[in-house]
Design a protein. Sequence first.
Length: 155
Amino acid sequence: MKITRAGTGKMAALAVCLTLVFLAASAAAQERILLSYSSIESSNSVWVVARDQGFYRKNGLNAELIYIGSTTTSVQSLLAGDVKMANTAGSGVAAAVVNGADILMTACYLNTLPFQLVVHESIKNAQDLKGKTVGISRFGSASDVAARFLAIVKK
């Protein structure tokens, strides 16, 4: 499986712009708005850069970023109203909507599964994984989706 990052910068900028547009209406008089992100990696740096460069403040938002280390937990926080916007994997949003949640995914700036397997030195190729256990962060998370995809591809 080959992973590319073509267009990630443009899509990340689009995601920030969409966030600003959708949240600007509810951010009257610098109201504090909580935004969550569920992964600490380079593609999520767009949220931190936007904060550090003052893009939220410039557009009338007093945005506070909160790290919630799982898509499933981030979606639950969004549904509970604890956060106004959650940057999560599509799998969590899809699972919530299928189960009746009234949420909307506005953008996807990463259309791959950017995962790598870290394996014991005895694993030399994909066939050596047959019958082995793979670790994930949580059921329903992006790592769960990636592991299930790997299982389907390798059959």
